[in-house]
Design a protein around this ligand. Sequence first.
Ligand code: NDP
Length: 256
Amino acid sequence: MIHSGRLQNKVALITGGGRGIGRGIALRFASEGAAVIITQRDQHSADATVSEILAAGGTALALGDSDVSNPAQVAQVVATALAHYGPLDILINNAGIAGSNGHFLQLSHATWQHIINVNLTGMFVCGQAVAQHMAEHEIKGRIVNIGSINSLAAEPEAAAYVTSKHGIVGLTRAMATDLAAYGILVNCLAPGPITVERNASLFTAQQAAIRSAVPLGRPGTIDEVAAAALFLASDESGYITGSVLTIDGGMLSRVP
Ligand code: NDP
C-alpha cells in the first residue's frame, strides 16, 4: 500500500475518523503515506479502523474518548499526536452529528445547543488548537472543514443542523483570512447525500427520491469524498483557501 503516496511524511488528524466519511478519509490518507491520528468518542470503532490501516502497512493511532467540543481533550489529542509523530500537517475537521431536529416551531433550546456545540463549536475548538500548533511549529498546513450542502441551502426540520453547517462556511472563510499569513490553507468540503453505514438502509428506501433529486442520479460514495479531501489536503491545492467545494452530484446546481 504505502511509501510513495501524495501525503508521504505528512501527519494528519481526522476527527470522527473511526466510521463513515472520516473512516474513508483515514484509510485513503494512510494509503497515501500519511501517519493518521483518529479521534472520536467511541474507542472501539477507532481501534478497528486503526487495525485495518496497520494491517495494510500504514501508520495510525486511535484516540477514543475525545469529544471535539471539549478543549481540554482536544489539547491532549494534539499533544499526543506531537509526541508520537511530530507536528501535524493536516486537520480534517469531520466529526459531526446529523438527524432530524424537528420543526422550527418545536425545536428545543437543548437540541439547538447540542448540535451547534458539536458541529460548529467543535470545529472551532479543533481548528484553533491545530492552527495554533501549526503556527508554533511553522507548518504550512491544510485544514479541511466538512460542511454539507446544508452549508449552502436549508432543508425542512433541520434548523440547528442547517445553521451549524452554514456557520462552518463562515468559520472556514474567517480561518482562511486569519491564517493565510502563516501559510495555513483552510477550505470547506460540502457533501450531498453520501452513503455511510448510518444511512445506507434509509438511502436504499429513498432510492427513487435520490435519483430524481440528484442530477447524477445516485448518492455519493465515501471514496469520492475522500478523493476530494485528499486534493484539498495535498500540496496540489496551494492557491486554494477559503473555498467551499460541493460534492453533491450536481444537487445544488438545479432547481427541483
Ligand atoms: P457518521 O455518523 O458515520 O460519523 C460521524 C463521526 O463523528 C463518528 O466517528 C462519530 O464518532 C464522530 N463524532 C460525533 N460526535 C462527536 C463528538 N462530539 N466528538 C468527537 N467525534 C464525534 O457520519 P458521516 O460520516 O455521515 O458524517 C461525517 C461528516 O460529514 C459530518 O460532519 C456530517 O455532517 C458530514 N456530512 C455527511 C453527509 C452524509 O450524507 N453522510 C452529508 C453531508 C455532510 P463518535 O460518535 O464515536 O464520537
